[in-house]
Design a protein around this ligand. Structure first.
Ligand code: CA
Length: 316
């Protein structure tokens, strides 16, 4: 605007030479003006028309000067405003820089968090993979479990076998121990065939001190075992009666059954010879081997011992 105004006034300011804002402004060439003091125009009396023009010019210059000052004030204010704006911009820029730095830090933080999350995701995915693998192993594990059940059954069977074996071993140990004391084992009982001779009562006493009695006979098999082991030597057995009128009974408490035992007497026995034969011995190597004799006679004898359940579980 100021420039436009200046241009507008150019026409009026064609004859002047002055200073605005310490700057020389010439309305025509200075040299021409300076070199013309001796110009005939000025040396003679001035032309009133010319003087009028000069006045006009002076007025115009004055106006121009005022306008230029206005322009200067305006420009200064504009410059100030611009400078302020520049400063504001600078401050904003610094703030932006600060914000940018903070944002950068945040971005780095986010980046690191992202990396972390990524790692966790990978770990999770690996976990899934492992879970899948485990899932695929379940049928196999089920089979193994079934096998474990079978194994358990087998182990249980083995345990029972072992128990049986243990029982059998302790039984054998017991039999061996008894055997070492000259007791013979037959079908669940132990038998002691004495080497010394004693009367029937002394023999029975001997047996009871060894937790036994003179033997009873309860079957043909037992009778066979006894006479075969006796091998023709006479041995006392546990059959006796009280006086001539008494009935036969086994000293170990076994029930004597007349019709069962008739087959084991020797031919013609029992004859109660001399009316004093109340004890029985096994005299012949035969099923029919029993004979009643005097109890005071001294003979070898057979003790029979039924083992206690604690000593032997079960004998065949
Ligand atoms: Ca007789």
């Amino acid at each position: 605007v100021a420039e436009a105004r200046m241009k507008e006034n150019e026409v009026d300011v064609q004859v002047a030479h002055f200073t605005v804002d310490n700057q020389d402004i010439s309305l025509w060439p200075r040299g021409e003006w300076a070199n013309s003091p001796t110009d005939p125009v000025f040396s003679s009396s001035p032309d009133p028309q010319l003087l009028g023009k000069i006045d006009d010019v002076k007025t115009s210059v004055h106006m121009l000067k005022g306008r230029a000052e206005n322009v200067s004030v305006f420009l200064r204010s504009e410059i100030r405003k611009l400078r302020n704006k520049l400063e504001d911009s600078h401050t904003e820029l610094q703030m932006l820089n600060g914000t940018l730095r903070v944002s950068n830090a945040q971005i780095q933080l986010l980046n690191s968090k992202l990396k972390n999350a990524n790692n966790q995701l990978q770990t999770l995915m690996r976990g899934w993979q492992e879970l899948d693998d485990l899932n695929s192993q379940i049928p196999m594990l089920k089979q193994d479990l079934a096998k474990t059940g079978e194994l358990k059954t087998k182990v249980e069977q083995l345990r029972k076998d072992l128990q049986t074996l243990g029982t059998s071993l302790s039984r054998q140990r017991y039999i061996l121990e008894m055997a070492s004391q000259d007791w013979k084992y037959f079908q669940g009982n132990f038998y002691y065939f004495s080497t010394k001779r004693k009367s029937w009562y002394s023999a029975e006493q001997f047996c009871t001190t060894r937790d036994s009695h003179l033997t009873s006979v309860t079957s043909a098999k037992e009778q066979e075992f006894l006479y075969k082991t006796a091998a023709g030597i006479s041995y006392w057995i546990g059959l006796t009666k009280t006086g001539s009128s008494g009935t036969w009974h086994w000293i170990d408490g076994t029930l004597y059954i007349e019709r069962e035992n008739a087959r084991f007497w020797a031919k013609g026995e029992p004859n109660n010879g001399y009316g004093n034969e109340h004890c029985v011995n096994l005299e012949k190597s035969s099923l029919m081997s029993w004979n009643d004799v005097n109890c005071d006679g001294e003979l070898q004898f057979i003790c029979k011992k039924n083992p206690k359940p604690l000593e032997m579980d079960q004998l065949d």
